[in-house]
Design a protein around this ligand. Structure first.
Ligand SMILES: Cc1ncc(COP(=O)(O)O)c(C=O)c1O
Length: 384
């Protein structure tokens, strides 16, 4: 079995993740902020510790600004819908995932407008294309840090500086980069970074969050309201962080798993994890160049990208879904085929509607697995 679907979710998870979750459920399954006993305090400490690890990873100094949610999708919904009002204008890229595009499309029905800065056919987006779309009504720029289709990294540092200069809020979707690329939120100047725990952070599904600047948080209306275990004398949502955005019981087993994963990522180092994955991506790209009639979608080199590579087999007169099916059923190689929840990215890259097969390499893949995959693809193409 060879798993190349790490762009969807990482597998296997970091060492210790499953144990941390099982241990919490078996021995310390108490609630946080809702119990006056030592077991509950220990769970609260565990949650705070996890917030601090998130701060370490993203170079942020205020653990209260770390909000836990179910995933990056929920965080992006909270940020976009909590902030934007009728008449507001938003700039995104043409590589966004539906986690940004669907909330925005809903907001359009309520009087919000958006423009998408067009990346080129290789998935590269110059900052000038974002700048050209800013107008007086532009309240927010939302950008994915890296494309989940072709892996190119977007210029978030330059866009962050631009947004600061123009007084526009900046939100980053780090789904494909958290845990593999260095992200320094202080330097970046983003108002919020949305993250998901189960991809490059190597944690479990169902836990994610956002890191948010205090003044941006104060400008947001929370999507959810309810019990927080704090300020219980009031029927208003508490105005302070993180409680303002954490109504309802948190996913504590998920946070325990994320804590173990963050510990691993921080001690292994994002640079080490990224360079190991990129070595595999480089080997795969080299092999893909030899595949007759197959198009490498996006950049063909390893500069400015993460280890997510898309191939299109339709120029070789093959159906992408059939190739992915054969990879799985005949060779035990798991990939993802289709549009990857990002139709606009495929229109940008010239792979709409046929989509691509995505090969996304992870921390436990090997060079041998890459070679087996290239051999398998060679055979599949030969057989037609
Ligand atoms: C760029 C990007 N944004 C958002 C998401 C959504 O992630 P999640 O399903 O964890 O919310 C994904 C992953 O599918 C992604 O690749």
């Amino acid at each position: 079995m060879i798993y190349f679907d790490n762009g969807s979710t990482s597998y296997p998870k970091a060492p210790g993740v499953g144990e941390a979750m099982a241990n919490l459920l078996a021995h310390a399954g108490f609630n946080a902020n809702r119990g006056g006993y030592s077991g509950a305090y220990a769970v609260e400490d565990m949650v705070l510790d996890t917030r601090e690890l998130v701060c370490r990873l993203f170079h942020w100094d205020d653990p209260k600004g770390v909000i836990f949610t179910a995933n990056v999708t929920q965080s992006l919904n909270m940020l976009l819908k909590g902030y934007l009002a009728p008449g507001d204008h938003v700039v995104v890229s043409s590589l966004e995932h539906n986690a940004v595009m669907r909330p925005l499309t809903q907001l359009v029905k309520h009087g919000v407008a958006f423009d998408a800065a067009q990346a080129d056919a290789a998935g590269v987006l110059p900052v000038e294309r974002v700048e050209a779309l800013l107008r007086p009504q532009t309240k927010l720029v939302a950008l994915t840090h890296a494309s989940n289709v072709c892996g190119t990294v977007l210029p978030i540092c330059e866009v962050g500086a631009l947004c600061k200069k123009r007084g526009v809020r900046f939100v980053v979707d780090s789904a494909q980069t958290a845990g593999v690329l260095p992200i320094d939120l202080q330097a970046l100047g983003a108002d919020a970074l949305a993250f998901t725990g189960h991809k490059g952070l190597l944690g479990p599904q169902g836990i994610g969050g956002m890191v948010i600047a205090e003044d941006f948080a104060q400008a947001l209306t929370p999507l959810l309201s309810g019990g927080t275990g704090s300020a219980s004398d009031s029927e208003e949502v508490p105005p302070f962080l993180p409680d303002k955005f954490e109504s309802g019981t948190l996913n504590l087993p998920g946070i325990a798993g994320l804590r173990a994963a963050l510990g691993y990522v921080l001690s292994a180092g994002t640079a080490t994890l990224h360079s190991a994955e990129m070595a595999l991506a480089a080997r795969f790209l080299q092999g893909a160049e030899t595949l007759s009639g197959v198009r490498i979608v996006g950049k063909k080199d390893t500069q400015g990208r993460v280890a997510v590579v898309s191939l299109d087999f339709t120029p070789a007169s093959l159906d992408n879904a059939m190739v992915a099916y054969k990879l799985d059923s005949e060779y035990g190689i798991m990939t993802r085929c289709g549009l990857h929840c990002a139709p606009r990215a495929h229109k940008t890259l010239g792979t709409f509607p046929q989509g691509t097969i995505r090969f996304a390499f992870g921390h436990r893949n090997t060079a041998q697995e890459v070679d087996i995959c290239i051999d398998a693809l060679t055979k599949i193409i030969r057989e037609g």
